[in-house]
Design a protein around this ligand. Structure first.
Ligand code: SF4
Length: 473
């Protein structure tokens, strides 16, 4: 069969500036496609066009909430032409029945076992409506279901089909080494999607794959330093110590970026894990710090991943110290913050930017988006706080989609736009790039910092301008 795997995007300059990382999910799905089939990839973020007139048999489409309308539109075009359409991704996890209205089949959960099964069933003309992997309430699904209760082991090698995309257009390759997150942050569906238990890929496999990558890559793990709740398990720490120990010896050394918490500094071996990660080329860490207040930590549930015993023990000075220690190892800190918890005020946006300036953090300050599948979405929905007239394409794009107890929608939007535009002023960008150079005297690292920040500056300016226009329309 001929299969096209589509990663929907808006093909805007904004998206191009931010999506400079090769997408992982379509490359993995292509790798899992048995050799008997012919497979092609379409990354719409980079302007690839969907060819509806081609002779493909199956279209597999990733559905993420802000792009759900686009994904459904593509699906409808293929269905009209008599093609099979399979939808997967985080949005279908939350809304499988909605996705079903636009698909021949919906895949819920990880693809390792599901995708070969789906292709087999299409070939044998026995396609079910839902394919589910993991402990999911399948009894609530209306339709035929193929259910695999166990999440897949990550032991089997599946070398991503990066060769199907023009590599030169991405600033970074992408990879993953583990899946799962025990933190259950209230605004994030990842623990439900991938489970609370961490599964690891074999180190040898990861190292071999990294040796095949270009000079930079993004590690898509939820935490590249492990998780505080399980850091007392020696085998957990061993994995990261061994992985980064081996990667530190790889030549030529790659620069890499990943997501991880500051809490690693608090647990046994954490400091050594960080040092080895830095030696292996980690140059920037995307740290979900989430809030500068104890109340924000409590409402987001982020205090667990930051390794506080309770939200009340949150201490901003400790956060500052941890940021500085990580920076002193030559790792830039990108701080992700959510503003819009019930106790936040318009001033919180400004205070969060001030905190970033004080610590030399690259700011990612966003108004809360209650993402479908998260606890916050469900609670706000039950409380009637989700704006029911907002289409999915207003989620995660700077728009406000829920009612805050004290701030108006416009106030939140304007304050957010203000700090994100100010946070990327030429002076601030230069200061942070120079700080990166001081902490790690490498021209290459400083240039990566500079160009990444310039890309983000352009992206945020366009994002907020576009959003302003669509609000006015
Ligand atoms: S925000 Fe990060 S730490 Fe929290 S549940 Fe999601 S992936 Fe895990």
């Amino acid at each position: 069969m001929k299969i096209t795997i589509i990663f929907p995007g808006r093909n805007l300059e904004t998206a191009k500036a931010t999506a400079s990382v090769m997408p992982l999910a379509p490359c993995l799905l292509a790798a899992l496609t048995p050799d008997e089939h012919e497979v092609s990839l379409v990354d719409m973020f980079f302007g690839d066009q969907v060819d509806y007139e081609s002779d493909v048999d199956v279209a597999a489409i990733t559905v993420r909430t802000p792009l759900a309308p686009i994904a459904y539109g593509i699906a409808g075009n293929f269905l009209q032409r008599g093609k099979k359409v399979v939808l997967g991704g985080p949005h279908v996890f939350a809304f499988p029945e909605e996705a079903k209205r636009h698909a021949s089949a919906v895949a819920i959960g990880e693809s390792e076992e599901l995708w070969p099964q789906i292709l087999k069933d299409i070939k044998e003309n026995d396609l079910k409506q839902f394919y589910v992997c993991g402990p999911y309430a399948v009894q609530n699904l209306r339709g035929t279901v193929h259910h695999i209760a166990q999440r897949p082991s990550l032991e089997k090698p599946a070398m991503m089909r990066r060769d199907l995309l023009p590599r030169g257009r991405y600033m970074m390759d992408s990879i993953f080494t583990t899946r799962g997150c025990p933190n259950h942050c209230r605004f994030c569906p990842v623990t439900d999607i991938f489970g609370a238990r961490i599964r690891h890929r074999p180190i040898g496999q990861v190292v071999a794959e990294i040796c095949s990558l270009g000079p930079r890559y993004y590690n898509f793990d939820d935490s590249v330093f492990g998780h505080p709740q399980i850091a007392d398990r020696p085998e957990e720490n061993r994995y990261y110590l061994d992985l980064y120990g081996e990667l530190a010896r790889v030549r030529p050394k790659r620069q890499w970026v990943g997501a991880g918490g500051l809490s690693a500094l608090d647990y046994k071996d954490g400091r050594r894990i960080l040092e080895l990660a830095a030696e292996s080329g980690l140059c920037s860490i995307a740290a979900g710090l989430e809030s500068i207040s104890a109340e924000g930590q409590k409402q987001s549930g982020a205090w667990r991943k930051l390794h506080y015993t309770s939200p009340d023990s949150f201490d901003l000075r400790k956060m500052t110290q941890n940021v500085r220690t990580i920076q002193s190892l030559g790792i830039e800190v990108w701080g992700f913050f959510v503003v819009g918890w019930d106790d936040d005020t318009a001033e919180t946006y400004r205070r969060t930017l001030d905190f970033c300036d004080e610590c030399g953090i690259t700011p990612f300050i966003f108004t809360l988006t209650p993402m479908p599948g998260s606890q916050v979405y469900q609670e706000y929905l039950e409380q009637g706080r989700i704006f029911s007239d907002r289409p999915w394409d207003r989620y995660g794009t700077g728009s406000v989609v829920y009612r805050h107890p004290t701030m108006s929608e416009q106030e939140m939007f304007e304050r957010n736009a203000e700090v994100m535009i100010e946070g990327y002023s030429a002076g601030r960008i230069l200061k942070r790039a120079m700080q990166a150079f001081r902490n790690r005297p490498s021209l290459d690292v400083a240039m990566t910092s500079l160009f990444t920040q310039l890309g983000l500056r352009k992206a945020y300016r366009q994002l907020y301008q576009q959003e302003q226009k669509s609000c006015a329309a």
